[in-house]
Write a new protein. Structure first.
Length: 502
């Protein structure tokens, strides 16, 4: 393909993407395909002969697109949002266009330095303590990881190394390998699956401690777990606090967990993958009270901040904890000796190569501005509140727990079986997508405002889909009668209680 063909193909692709978003409300959210559909359709071997772009593009629209879930439809309410925006898409395109790999500063100076700048910008926008920023005076700094999962495992491995060094310093004779197998990590039973997986990948037992009735891991629970494990000869090493759990968006109190970790020199990592984006709005920063105790803090810019996957923003207070753990030297990786403090990001992550991901973050921060991003977050939260109001007005439903950020959890008052049936029926129709969770041992449906294009009318469309399907399971008139009869029973009971007390 020459540059002229690239221009033509590129323009057609941009037009496709623009049309795709202009028509974001068209079609079902879930594709009408069966597992294996593409495996059957596509040839078993790569083409021997080159094909022209027009043919390939036609293949793309006719075979690939129909099997794609519409994550940016306003009726996509599953999981948490995945970011996208035109500035971010252009940033990604330009990054691919430059085609650099920033494994050292010299390998692409702008790749490293733009990451330093944008991570400092974002850290300041979240109101993170200065220790987390990359400044000449301290060892802190931000780095872009591929995902929150990666950030959790990178910090777990760094915590393991740091604890080993500390114990070795206290007692140079200890056997490192025998000591490491005693390390233990903690999080709440509400953690994302990736947190538990970090323990598996990092060979560290991860204890899932029981969260309280509001889904929060409390300081007392953690303290008790530390004591139990120390009594067994184990060594507490790593704690993952959740700011915005995946199930119900609960916030662990960092101000309780932090002092417990500090007392035992245990690394405190904060997984704020989704909800952390809201800290860009000062009114939500109370939820990260105690962040000064954290050793590392991660927010997925690729979730709620309009940046396309992948762009997970991780800050550490002491980058030497990462460097000490991951620095492996080779002569071909020798870099320039700089006067200014420039991070060697290859020591801050698992892989060697790194893409120019800061470009898409930079584009988004510049083209939306902090005000634009704040408006996006506030708008999505207010849409979630509007949805919660609609659900609450129908007495067949219970909204529980309290809606948090862009998430509303609800269930049918009739019970779990019917709630599950409602979700199954909705998914089967493919017009709306939500996933389940559990809260206080009840089956709940989670509705998240995901698409940046969602407006109030869209929320009402989603509610109508849910309501119409519910009408088939529990006719509204029955509920009306039921609520009337409950009201009259209550009335009769009240009268008899009053009579008795007289
Ligand atoms: N942590 C939380 C709280 C999440 O909700 C998620 C994903 O939704 C993750 C971690 C994993 O994020 P990633 O896919 O970036 O690894």
């Amino acid at each position: 393909m020459d540059s002229q063909q690239f221009r033509e193909f590129g323009k057609a692709a941009i037009d496709f993407v623009a049309d795709f978003y202009d028509n974001v409300r068209d079609g079902d959210v879930l594709p009408s395909v069966e597992p294996g559909h593409l495996l059957k359709k596509l040839p078993e071997n790569a083409p021997e002969q080159p094909e022209d772009w027009q043919t390939v593009f036609k293949d793309f629209t006719s075979t690939i697109v129909p099997g794609t879930t519409l994550w940016h439809s306003p009726q996509f309410h599953g999981f948490y949002p995945t970011g996208t925006s035109f500035p971010s898409i252009i940033g990604g395109l330009l990054s691919d266009g430059l085609g650099v790999v920033g494994l050292t500063w010299m390998a692409s100076p702008a790749c490293t330095e733009l990451e330093v700048v944008t991570m400092n910008w974002l850290g300041k926008l979240f109101g993170l303590p200065e220790e987390f920023l990359n400044c000449s005076s301290g060892p802190g700094g931000g780095v872009i990881q591929g995902s929150a999962s990666e950030a959790t495992i990178v910090c777990l491995l760094a915590a393991k190394d740091k604890m080993t060094r500390r114990l070795k310093k206290l007692n140079p004779d200890i056997d490192e390998e025998l000591t490491k197998i005693k390390f233990i990590a903690y999080t709440s039973d509400q953690c994302n699956s990736s947190v538990e997986k970090a323990g598996v990948l990092g060979s560290m037992k991860m204890r899932l401690l029981k969260a309280d009735a509001s889904g929060r891991l409390r300081g007392e629970t953690l303290k008790k777990a530390f004591e139990e494990d120390k009594a067994k000869g184990l060594i507490p090493c790593y704690v993952v606090a959740n700011l915005g759990t995946t199930g119900t968006c609960a916030f662990d109190p960092l101000y309780e967990l932090g002092p417990v970790c500090q007392e035992e020199n245990v690394w405190l990592h904060v997984d704020a993958a989704y909800a952390g984006a809201a800290f860009i709005c000062p009114e939500y920063r109370d939820l990260m009270k105690g962040v000064e105790y954290a050793d590392s803090f991660d927010v997925n810019a690729h979730k709620w901040l309009l940046v396309n996957f992948d762009c997970s923003a991780l800050w550490v207070k002491d980058s030497y904890d990462l460097i000490n753990a991951f620095d492996v030297q080779r002569i071909y990786l020798d870099d320039v000796k700089a006067e200014v403090k420039i991070p060697d990001y290859r020591h801050w992550q698992m892989q060697l190569g790194r893409r120019f991901r800061a470009l898409k973050l930079w584009m988004v921060l510049k083209i939306y501005g902090a005000e634009g991003l704040r408006a996006h977050i506030r708008n999505q939260i207010s849409l979630a509140q509007h949805f919660a109001k609609l659900v609450r007005a129908d007495d067949r439903f219970i909204v529980e727990p309290e809606p948090a950020m862009g998430l509303v959890c609800f269930r049918l008052a009739e019970g779990d079986i019917l709630t599950k049936k409602l979700l199954e029926n909705l998914i089967e129709k493919k017009r709306i997508f939500m996933v389940a969770a559990s809260c206080k041992n009840r089956f709940i449906i989670r509705l998240v405002i995901c698409s940046q294009f969602t407006n109030k009318d869209d929320v009402e469309v989603s509610w109508k889909l849910i309501k119409d399907e519910t009408d088939k399971l529990i006719p509204n008139d029955k509920v009306h009668i039921k609520s009337q009869s409950i009201a009259s029973i209550n009335h009769i009971q009240n009268i008899s209680i009053c009579e008795k007390s007289k």
